[in-house]
Design a protein around this ligand. Structure first.
Ligand code: GAR
Length: 200
């Protein structure tokens, strides 16, 4: 059986769509089994549901300032769906140590910069302002430090003369849609490698 993957997102959901589309291939090594958004109106939820994938909003508002309680509610849905790996695909909330700890080594995030450069927000504007010749995106394991953690894959794009934030963002996003499914596939394949081969 393929490992069951949950995607957590907040908005547009284009990376979630790329993951679902890639996972339709019979030889893709993971199943996208669940999509959760913290925003009930997220277009991502409609797309996932139309694909026959369990899709659920877990709004943060219901939990007030108790971020860990919100995350416990999300985690309960992960557990109910037998999830083994979590992908953060444009999930725009900073996680507490609770959820990071629960999914340590099994939670991937995509970030629109060549980490360790430009963690946080406004990555494209900051890369342009710094006069970078190269920019890109990173998939990494989630740790307690924001946009940190072991890097699993990166894709770079050139910054071209005349670029502005939207043109650069679009060039990076096209790479995100290739990088995330490819990195998730490589990740789950190595997850299921035999621990060791006994020697005679
Ligand atoms: C993507 O560019 C993703 O890398 C970024 O948000 C966008 C979500 O787009 N994530 C972050 O900035 C997280 N630090 P999408 O909803 O269309 O996938």
């Amino acid at each position: 059986m393929k490992p069951r993957v949950a995607v957590l997102c907040s908005g547009r959901g284009s990376n979630m769509t790329a993951l679902i589309t890639a996972a339709r291939a019979p030889d893709y090594p993971a199943e996208i089994a669940l999509v959760i958004s913290d925003k009930p109106a997220a277009p991502a939820l409609g797309f996932a549901a139309a694909e026959g994938i369990a899709a659920q909003a877990v709004p943060a508002a219901a939990f007030g300032r108790d971020r860990a309680a919100h995350e416990r509610a999300i985690d309960a849905v992960f557990v109910a769906h037998g999830i083994e790996v979590v992908c953060l695909a444009g999930y725009m909330r900073i996680l507490t140590p609770y959820l990071v700890g629960r999914w340590a080594g099994r939670m991937l995030n995509i970030h629109p910069s060549l980490l360790p450069k430009y963690p946080g927000l406004d990555t494209h504007a900051r890369a342009l302002a710094a006069g970078e010749a190269e920019h890109g995106c990173t998939v990494h394991l989630v740790t307690a430090v924001l946009d940190d953690g072991p890097i699993l894959g990166q894709a770079s794009v050139p910054v071209l003369p005349g670029d502005d934030e939207p043109t650069l963002a679009a060039r990076v996003l096209a790479q995100e849609h290739i990088l995330f499914p490819a990195t998730l596939a490589a990740f789950v394949r190595q997850m299921h490698l035999p621990e060791s081969t006994p020697t005679p």
